[in-house]
Each structure stands twice: as C-alpha cells, then as structure tokens.
Design a protein. Sequence first.
Length: 444
Amino acid sequence: MGVDIQKILSKLRIEQLNEMQQHAAEAIQGSDGDVVLLSPTGSGKTLAYMLPLLQLLNSDSAEVQAMVVTPGRELALQSDNVLKSMGSGFRSVSCYGGRAAMDEHRVLKDVKPQIVFGTPGRLNDHLEKENIARYHIRYLVIDEFDKCLEMGFQGEMQRLIKSLSGLQRRILLSATSAEEIPLFVNMGKKGTLIDFRSDDEQTSERVTLYEVRSPLKDKLDTLRQLLLGFGNESSIVFLNYRDSVERVDNYLRQQGFVTSCFHGGLEQKQREDALYKFSNGSANVLVSTDLASRGLDIPNIQNIIHYHLPESEDGYIHRVGRTARWDTTGRTFFILNSGEHIPSYVEGDVVPYTETEPQPTQQPPLPRMGTLYIGKGKKDKISKGDIVGFLCKTGGLKADEIGRIDVKDRYAYVAVRRERLQQVLRQTQGEKIKGIRTIIEPVR
C-alpha cells in the first residue's frame, strides 16, 4: 500500500500536477463517491485518475481490483504503457480485439494484474470465461465515456457493469460532455463533477490557426510544399476516408517523405508499428483518419493539417487537441481548394499562411531517428538496460544516440540516431545479446 507520488512524477519528468489533476486526486482519494472528470484533450487526464487510483489499491493482492474501459485498443495500450512507465510496482495487462484471446489469457495468468485496461467486448469475453475474476473489482474507470457511447458500446458496457457486483466506485473521463450518463452506469448520488472545460475556449490559446489555399481541387502538391517548409517537425495530416489516407501516404512516400500511415483498416501490428515509428521520431508525418484524433498521447506534435475538413466541431476539437499538449505551442492548418471555406464552428482568427515557398529542388528532410527491430524480448530475459549496453558496447553508440526503447514479450523496438543506423547494423551483425543470437534489422 502507499505509492510515492513525488518519485513517480520525477521519473516521468513532471515537476508537479496541474490544477485539474490536483482536483481529481482530491475527489478520488478524499471521498468514497463516484467522479466525472471533464477536461480538454491533452490536459493529462490519464495521470489525473491513475495516481489517486494507485493509492486506493492493495499492492499485496494478486487479484484484479480496477478495470479501465477504453473505446479503442490504442488508448488501452497507451494507458497500460503509462502505468508501466511509472514504476509503481503495480501489475497491469491490456486486452483488446484483433489478437487471440487465448494469448491474453496466458498473459493474465502469468502476470496476475491488479489493473486491467481494455475494450468493452474483450473485457466481457474474459469475464464470461472467468479469465478475469470479477469478485475483487472495486473500481471501474470509463475513459472517453462519450466515445464509448457514441461507438455503440451501450449493450456491451451494460453487460460489463451488470457483471461487476462488487463495484464501489466509478470514474468517468471525457474531453467533451455526453448528453447524459446512462442509468446502467449506476453513478452514485453523492458523486463529484469536475469540469475543467473552458466555456469560451474551443482550442488552446497556444494553437495558431492558418488557412492554406490550394490552386487545384487536388491538394497533393499544396500539401507537399507545406510539409517541405516544416523541416523535420512532427506533423499529423488528417483525412476522412481510409482510401484517401492510403493515396496521400503513397504520394508523400514517392516524394521522399518518411511517413506513418494509420487507419482502422490496417492490421493491429501495422497500426502499432506506425504509431511507434511516429512517436519515437522515425517518421516526421503521420497520415491518418480521425482514429488518431483521440486517446493518442504523443508529445511534441507541432503541426495539425486538415487535408479534409473535420466533419463536426467535436471532430475538430479532438484533432487540434493532438498539438499544444501540456504547456507547448502548436499550429493547425486548413488546406482549402476554391470550393471550400473555413467551417462556421471554428472560433478564433484564422490567418493566411504566407511562409516562403520551398525551392523546387528542395528535398524532404529525413527524421532524426531510425527504428531497429530486435528479435528477443522479456520472455528471453532481455531488458532495456541489456539493449542499451549491447548497442553501446557492440554497436558503438553513445547513450544519447539511443531514443525510446519498447521491450515486448518476444521482441523489442529501439530508436537510434538515423545517421548511425547502418553502423549499428554492421557492428551487431551475428553478435549475441546476453549470450543469445538474435535478428537485428531496421523497421522500414
């Protein structure tokens, strides 16, 4: 019992909790009622519920005590990773569709998590098969509860909540307010509403809004020129359809950009690879549907580009919420052809973007990092420290030339400085890591 919050914050390189997080902590720890937390995208809601929740759990127990429901697998994975990065000592597992439930069952038995993150359908599956014991679950968190309802999960969520007879507390989080919280959520009468949404601020004042005119109906060349002017800044290009994402991504790759392509039609591994490359600095541009507008907490995204106009005000708010997270600044760009105009729901001054056009011969800059795949992971007793030691000693790298490392059960991804990638591949070829021979190859 008892978690050292200051130690966790220092590990996450956060000086102190913001005002919203402090209010959430007081409400979750200081009462025994349910909590609804409404706060803009990017304000740190995951930490806001997770830190106080850890204070309420019993670290000595091997039972699942808290369940976090998310509308999509990306948010489940990301929240699970946030908890793991805290080094709190609590065990967790994420469960979602798109992979074998049997594999997850093995992980659940092996890890004995105290917190489980997951999508409603998959969590129901595990509860019904008794892969997760429901009797000790006291805390239910529904993250992006408005999105869960919007995506038609009412029936599955109703089933889930009905099966958790021992529930004592519910914590609901959202960046926007659902019309009403359904009765089946069984929110207590003595609940607390924490609303940190600004009445008059649609997007953060740290975001500058620009319009970019495309002389042609097809905006591809305008997009290319815009991106060339950004150097190797991190940008997301939003489109409304999967086939449009594929088309724009293929075009940018042909033009020499290093991109990640992301939409709901891709296999789960492809989606994870795409997000990993973008978030670790191995791709400068993420080309995506609105699937990437929610739940992805990737820091330092400087530019949001609306290649297609957002289909609603809510969609717009979530797209722009990807930039200017915490206390950083960001820019958002509307690419408009002659038949389009800025949607009426966009508040604030939208100014023409008049940066100097790039030279016709200018080439897209390469990202700072490249990604290595290492064919061994946790199950082979390989840790982050082992990988850093191996890359420094055998690969000839300095510690500051290694970026983010993600060690999975059977493999690992490592970001390294792009200009050193070939050297590392040469020097590690055929070499063993901790006495184990393994594949080491670049992720394209």
